[in-house]
Design a protein around this ligand. Structure first.
Ligand SMILES: Cc1cc2nc3c(=O)[nH]c(=O)nc-3n(C[C@H](O)[C@H](O)[C@H](O)COP(=O)(O)O)c2cc1C
Length: 234
């Protein structure tokens, strides 16, 4: 029987690509519908990492496979009412920013994704959360930027002149960038970077994850690769 998963995406770079890979994988291997719910920050970050098309492949737009954007909703989040109507087998929030984890921990429901969690629990839909910041140090992927020590300030500048979004001046405007990577290929001095950065997890974020672990109806998953394991239990 077809399973329907609601996918809550928040604005984290960490675990973003792997969350997309896993959802792509389970869609291709199982009879699953995926209805996506994006926070405003997720909408921006998904574009920065060049994953918009991939999202459309996972949620094609048909009924229960729509992409719901926070920026296109009101403030009462009417779409989350679906969690009370027996439409979903699970809600999976991945990646979950420390911001959204703190909202879930304290029962705040004032964003599309935190409200989806609240309604899912009220509707007895199992919720799975993949926090980006659990403990220790995480290695995150940065979007594109200019390595100033390498930039030769060429004029003409091939990356700037060929950016389809006119996102490049003396820096890259990430709100315009669509993560296509053309600039990285065109720079003769290898001055466009993007890649791994180490971040320390704040103790407040670790504590919030522990609080969420205690909550009724919500399970913490350590990484997106654990998502296929839940398919047998939903
Ligand atoms: C490129 C980029 C990457 C980010 N990565 C993370 C991240 O890995 N973890 C995190 O907690 N916040 C991250 N943020 C910050 C969040 O997007 C920000 O806190 C936002 O308010 C979260 O809102 P949301 O929880 O509603 O999605 C990132 C922001 C940008 C611009």
């Amino acid at each position: 029987m077809t399973k329907t998963i609601a996918w809550g995406i928040t604005g984290a770079g960490h675990f973003l690509s792997s969350s997309f890979s896993i959802f792509g994988q389970i869609k291709s291997e199982h009879d699953i519908r995926v209805n996506s719910f994006l926070s405003s920050a997720a909408e921006e970050v998904v574009r920065m990492y060049g994953l918009e098309k991939e999202l459309e492949n996972i949620s094609c737009g048909e009924y229960l496979e729509e992409i719901f954007l926070e920026t296109q909703q009101g403030k009462s989040w009417p779409k989350t009412g679906r969690f009370l109507l027996d439409k979903y087998d699970a809600l999976v929030v991945t990646p979950a920013t420390s911001n959204t984890v703190s909202k879930i921990a304290y029962g705040t429901a004032d964003t599309l994704v935190s409200n989806a969690v609240a309604q899912a629990v009220k509707g007895s839909v199992p919720v799975y959360v993949v926090p980006v910041d659990i403990a220790g140090v995480v290695v995150s992927e940065l979007p594109y930027g200019i390595a100033r020590e390498k930039c030769q300030k060429c004029d003409p500048c091939p990356p700037r002149d060929n950016c389809p979004n006119e996102a490049i001046t003396d820096q890259i405007d990430l709100l315009k960038c669509s993560g296509c990577g053309i600039c990285k290929e065109l720079c003769n001095f290898n001055a466009i970077k993007g890649g791994p950065v180490e971040l320390k997890v704040r103790d407040i974020d670790s504590r919030n994850v522990e609080l969420v672990r205690e909550l009724e109806g919500i399970t913490i998953l350590e990484k997106p690769e654990d998502i296929p394991l839940i398919l047998d239990e939903i």
